[in-house]
Design a protein around this ligand. Structure first.
Ligand code: NAP
Length: 516
């Protein structure tokens, strides 16, 4: 396993310091003494990415697609070595890791197809109207181009699908942007294995030196230096509101501000309408318990707030939820800091005097997350912003409303969300309509009779939402359109055809004097 920083096709370990990934289940250092990147290594990685960008963005799409599919093959070829390392570094089950590996490779292959189809170029041509009066119209040709070197912060909860070769990296490489990954300190070994695959794929498919780099960090400075580097053109981030906001502010504070696409999580409210609860309590309970506890609740789409009308049927649903959650075996959380934040979040909710916390399947091991439900009345919820914050882990807060009008008040009180869900019968569609009318202002995806976890990777997906769910609600971090974050339009006015290489390539014209 490569323990150095990967800077293009070069391995580098300037620092004498070493950092280690920790097995959260056993709290021991795992094999691999990794070198944190120095300021000089950060600079070299971005300089190389800038030089590579000038070549890479002009490489024909077929070859870029081959690069992406080679990465997918390389990841699959790592087999058990990768799967075991991810399990050790995250505490995730093998089944979870296999699903995530499949998703990662599917995303890479999906972006390979997208890049070849060229639709993302969004070519628009307004032909010249020389006879137009009072002024003739010039010939205008618009095309999307890559923005430049992109920094990707690996996500703690998606060591494969939103880390080294995950959705941010795949979409940026597809757009023609070189990528520098800032490894997450929790999964340095996973990052090293995948980063080596990307480096080899780049060499084997003839990509320029610097199209990909991977840097380890010891603290937040590495990430800050990467964001502040004058040649950095964009940032992809998945993680905490605190971290995402800090990086967004840094990106805007630069002499030349850059876009920082941070996906920072959400409480994903689920509105439970009364007739549906009366009809389907058992089914709703099973769906919700699975969605709250899958991967120990460490999903950005975990339903963190449930909203229902306080009546006999809802009390029955609460009893079902509490009983089922109590049967879930407490599981290892991703790392000590995330486990600590989880316990802190639960304690903070508990401290609110009118919040009732369900009997937990309690444990004394602080690395374990026990599934929990808390219950609060809507007046208290609306008045208390602390209760609106995400508790990252197997926890959800049931908000009890006096009536439907108060349910609308709760909806109105919520911040920006990745998702909102409504569970309702056909007879309750008028209410669904009213809730949707509020949630369309607040959420990126609205789900009917389902749960928010399980984010499909496809063309119609939106994974993003108004702040604080993400820093730019106009874009998605998942699915085909994720590529749009790394593009900007350029319009050519009255250009000779021979000088429009990208148009010519795409419009299948052979006369192309600029392409390498
Ligand atoms: P994080 O603290 O936001 O860190 C993510 C990455 O960003 C790490 O590489 C971190 O560097 C870097 N970073 C954070 N703050 C930074 C800053 N001010 N300047 C430069 N770089 C910075 O997220 P995490 O480690 O994954 O987990 C911490 C908490 O975030 C969790 O307890 C949870 O509450 C939340 N979280 C939410 C989601 C979600 O999808 N909703 C996902 C993951 C985490 P270092 O590693 O060097 O610190």
């Amino acid at each position: 396993m490569i323990t150095q920083n990967i800077i293009g096709f070069e391995l580098s370990s300037q620092s004498s310091e070493k950092i280690y990934a920790v097995d959260p289940a056993h709290q021991i250092n795992l094999p691999g003494a990794f070198s944190p990147a120095t300021k000089d290594e950060v600079d070299r990685a971005v300089q190389k990415a800038q030089s590579a960008w000038r070549i890479y963005r002009n490489i024909e799409s077929k070859r870029k697609a081959l690069f992406l599919t080679s990465i997918a093959e390389g990841i699959e070829n790592l087999g058990d070595v990768l799967v075991k390392r991810v399990m050790q570094e995250t505490g995730y089950t093998e089944a979870r890791v296999l699903v995530e590996r499949r998703r990662t490779c599917t995303q890479l292959r999906m972006f390979a197809e997208i890049v070849e189809k060229e639709v993302w170029r969004d070519i628009t041509i307004d032909e010249a109207l020389p006879e137009r009066t009072p002024a003739p119209r010039p010939d205008l040709r618009k095309i999307n181009v890559a923005i430049g070197p992109v920094i990707v912060f690996a996500a703690s909860n998606f060591p494969l699908a939103y880390s080294t070769a995950g959705g941010d990296t795949a979409s940026a490489l597809a757009a023609g942007c070189p990528v520098i990954v800032k490894a997450h300190e929790s999964h340095l070994g996973t990052n090293a294995l995948v980063a080596e695959v990307i480096m080899n794929a780049a060499m084997n498919t003839g990509m320029p030196d610097g199209v990909f780099s991977s840097l380890n960090g010891d603290g937040i400075e590495t990430g800050q230096q990467l964001v502040m580097h004058p040649m950095t053109a964009g940032v992809g981030f998945t993680g905490s509101l605190k971290g995402g906001r800090a990086l967004f502010d840094l990106g805007n504070k630069r002499l030349k501000p850059i876009p920082v696409f941070a996906e920072m999580g959400s409480t994903n409210p689920v509105f439970l309408l009364p007739q549906k609860v009366a009809q389907d309590a058992q089914k709703i309970s099973s769906q919700l318990v699975e969605s709250i506890t899958i991967s120990t609740g460490q999903f950005c789409t975990k339903p963190g707030i449930l909203v229902a009308i306080d009546n006999f049927e809802t009390q029955h649903l609460i009893a079902l939820l509490e009983a089922t959650l109590a049967q879930i075996t407490p599981a290892v959380m991703l790392n000590e800091s995330i486990a600590h934040n989880f316990h802190k979040g639960v304690t903070a909710v508990q401290a609110e005097s009118t919040v009732r916390l369900s009997e937990s399947n309690s444990n004394n091991d602080l690395i374990l997350g026990s599934a929990l439900l808390a219950i609060v009345n809507a007046d208290m919820f609306i008045a208390n912003p602390r209760l609106h914050q995400e508790v990252f882990g197997p926890f959800s807060l049931m908000v009890l409303c006096k009536d439907f009008a108060q349910m609308l008040d709760v909806a109105q009180s919520l911040d920006g969300q990745l998702t909102a869900t409504v569970q309702a019968t056909q007879d309750e569609l008028l209410w669904v309509h009213q809730l949707t009318d509020i949630m369309i202002e607040k959420a990126g995806r609205i789900i009917f009779n389902g749960v928010p976890t399980g984010v499909e990777v496809s063309a119609a997906m939106t994974h993003g939402g108004p702040y604080p769910a993400s820093t730019d609600s106009r874009f998605t971090a998942v699915g085909n359109s994720a590529i749009r974050r790394w593009l900007r339009p350029v319009t050519f006015q009255n250009f000779p055809e021979g000088l429009l290489p990208e148009f010519n390539a795409i419009l299948d014209k052979p006369n192309n004097p600029i392409n390498p």
